[in-house]
Write a protein that binds this ligand. Structure first.
Ligand SMILES: Nc1ncnc2c1ncn2[C@@H]1O[C@H](COP(=O)(O)OP(=O)(O)O)[C@@H](O)[C@H]1O
Ligand SMILES: [Mg+2]
Length: 429
C-alpha cells in the first residue's frame, strides 16, 4: 500500500509550549494510519513567515492549526487563499465577523442564559476628530444622545463595563453605581463597550472545546496571578468532582453547541453557575484560547492530546471545512421555536446538531480503530525527558525573576507528576 506523508501545519508564533509539545508528541508517536487505501504518515510542519506567490499559492498541508492569524494579516490571507484545499482549525471568516457581543445576542435567542447586557457606542473618536480633513458635523450627524444613568439602572449594579471586542481582561471594570459607571465609561476611550450585569455565582467554569471534545475546568478569577487561575486554591490544586455529573454534561453541551453553531474547532466558554443551578455565559468567542502550559498545567497534556486526535482525524479523513458558517442556523432556530420543548430538551437537540457537525460518532470510531495506542504512546511521551525539558524551558521563558525559578519548576513538575499518576490509573498502565 502507498505510504504518503500527511502534513499538519502548526501556526502559533506566540506560544512556545503549545507548538513545541504538539510537534514533539507527533514526532514521538510517528502515527502511521491506514485510511482510504493509503498509509498516512502524519507529520507536522511549522508555518514560516515567508513570501508566497499569491496567484499560485500552494498548500502542502492536509490540516492547519491556526492560532492567531487574526493578528497576522500575512498568514491570514495565505490561509484563506488555500482554505478550500485543507482543513483550517478556526477560520477567520467567522471569527472576524462574530464577536463577544453578537454571540451574546444569538445564544440568548437560542435560549441559553446570558446576563443582561447593553452595548454602548464608544465615547471618543480621537482618531477621526484629530484628522484636520474630517468634518465632524457630517461624521457625527447620526450619533444619538443617550442617558447612561438610565442604562445603568436598567442593567443593575454591580455591573461590568467591558470592551465588546474582549480579550485578556483588558479594559474590564466592575462598577457599583452610576458615578463609577460614568467615570469608567469616560475612561474607555475609542472602544465600543458592553455594560453587563455582574452575576453572583457558586462556580466559575471554563470549558475548552476541541472538535467534539470538551474539557471542563474550575476557574478562580480572584487568584493573584493569571497563571494561578486554574488552581482550585492554596491547599488543593485540582478538584475532580466540583460539578455534579448533570452540570458537567450540560456545560459540555453548551460549549460544543456554540462551537458547532459558529463552525469553531477550538474555543473556550466561560460560564458562571448560579446558586439556582443555571449556567450564565459571559465569554465564549475566543479565537485564541489560552493553551499555555503555565496557565493550564495539569490540564495541558489532555488539551494537547485532544488537539492531536482532532487534527489527525481531520487531516487523515480529509474532513471538509465549511466557510458558510451560518448554514445550519435555521435548523437551530427551528428547534428554538418549538415552545413545547424545555431548555434541556432544546439543548439536547442542539447537541445532536453539534454532533452531526463534528461527525462525533465517526471521530470516536476513528480514535478507537486507528488511534487505539495513542493514549499509551502519549503517556510515554509526557513521562519522557523531552517533555520535562519543555516544562523547564517554558518556566524559564515565563518567570523572569531568576530566584523564583527553582520553586516554580518544582510547582509545575509536581503538577505534572500528579497528571502522570492520574493518567496511569485511567489507562491501567
Ligand atoms: N457578568 C459578569 N459577572 C461576573 N463576573 C464577570 C462578568 N463579566 C466579566 N466578569 C469578570 O471579569 C473577567 C473578564 O471578563 P470577560 O468577559 O471574561 O473578558 P475578557 O474577554 O477580557 O476575558 C471575567 O473572567 C470575570 O471574572
Ligand atoms: Mg474572559
Amino acid at each position: 500500500m502507498v505510504k504518503t506523508p500527511t502534513i499538519i501545519c502548526v501556526m502559533d508564533p506566540n506560544n512556545y509550549s503549545f507548538r513545541v509539545t504538539f510537534e514533539k508528541l507527533l514526532a514521538f508517536v510517528q502515527p502511521e494510519i491506514e485510511y482510504g487505501g493509503k498509509i498516512h504518515k502524519v507529520v507536522t510542519q511549522r508555518i514560516c513567515n515567508r513570501p508566497y506567490d499569491v496567484l499560485h499559492a500552494e498548500c502542502p498541508y492536509s490540516a492547519i492549526i491556526n492560532r492567531g492569524t487574526h493578528w497576522n494579516p500575512h498568514h491570514n490571507s495565505y490561509l484563506l487563499t488555500v482554505g478550500r484545499e485543507t482543513y483550517l482549525l478556526n477560520d477567520m471568516v467567522s471569527f472576524q465577523t462574530m464577536n463577544k457581543n453578537t454571540t451574546y445576542g444569538q445564544m440568548y435567542q437560542l435560549g441559553l442564559h446570558i446576563p443582561v447586557t447593553v452595548a454602548l457606542p464608544q465615547p471618543e473618536y480621537e482618531d477621526i476628530t484629530g484628522d484636520p480633513r474630517a468634518i465632524p458635523e457630517l461624521i457625527f450627524a447620526e450619533n444619538e444622545w443617550f442617558d447612561l444613568q438610565e442604562i445603568g439602572d436598567h442593567v443593575g449594579y454591580p455591573a461590568y463595563l467591558k470592551p465588546q471586542s474582549g480579550g485578556g481582561w483588558i479594559g474590564v471594570t466592575k462598577v457599583q453605581n452610576g458615578k463609577e459607571l460614568a467615570d469608567a465609561y469616560d475612561r474607555s476611550g475609542n472602544k465600543p463597550m458592553n455594560l453587563q450585569k455582574a452575576m453572583a455565582y457558586k462556580e466559575f467554569v471554563r470549558s475548552v472545546g476541541i472538535g467534539p471534545q470538551v474539557m471542563v475546568m474550575h476557574y478562580n478569577p480572584n487568584a493573584n496571578f493569571s497563571h494561578d487561575r486554574y488552581l482550585r486554591g492554596p491547599d488543593k490544586a485540582i478538584e475532580f468532582d466540583f460539578l455534579s455529573s448533570q452540570h458537567a454534561e450540560e456545560v459540555k453541551k453548551i460549549c460544543k453547541v456554540i462551537n458547532a453553531f459558529y463552525g469553531w474547532d477550538h474555543n473556550s466558554c466561560e460560564a458562571l453557575l448560579t446558586k439556582e443551578g443555571d449556567f450564565y455565559l459571559i465569554d465564549f468567542a475566543n479565537a485564541y484560547p489560552d493553551s499555555s502550559l503555565i496557565s493550564l498545567h495539569f490540564h495541558f497534556p489532555t488539551m494537547i492530546k485532544d488537539m492531536a486526535k482532532w487534527m489527525i482525524f481531520c487531516a487523515v479523513t480529509g474532513r471538509k471545512k465549511f466557510y458558510d458558517f451560518t448554514r445550519n442556523w435555521d435548523r437551530y432556530f427551528a428547534i428554538q421555536s418549538q415552545s413545547a420543548l424545555s431548555y434541556h430538551e432544546k439543548l439536547d437537540r442542539y447537541n445532536m446538531l453539534a454532533d452531526e457537525h463534528f461527525e462525533t460518532q465517526k471521530f470516536e470510531q476513528f480514535c478507537q480503530e486507528k488511534l487505539h495506542n495513542f493514549d499509551t504512546q502519549a503517556f510515554q511521551f509526557f513521562a519522557s525527558k523531552q517533555f520535562s525539558e519543555v516544562i523547564e524551558n517554558e518556566v524559564r521563558y515565563y518567570f523572569k525573576i531568576s530566584e523564583e525559578i527553582p520553586q516554580k519548576l518544582a510547582h509545575y513538575q509536581g503538577l505534572h507528576e500528579f497528571w502522570l499518576r492520574c493518567e496511569r490509573d485511567n489507562l491501567h498502565l
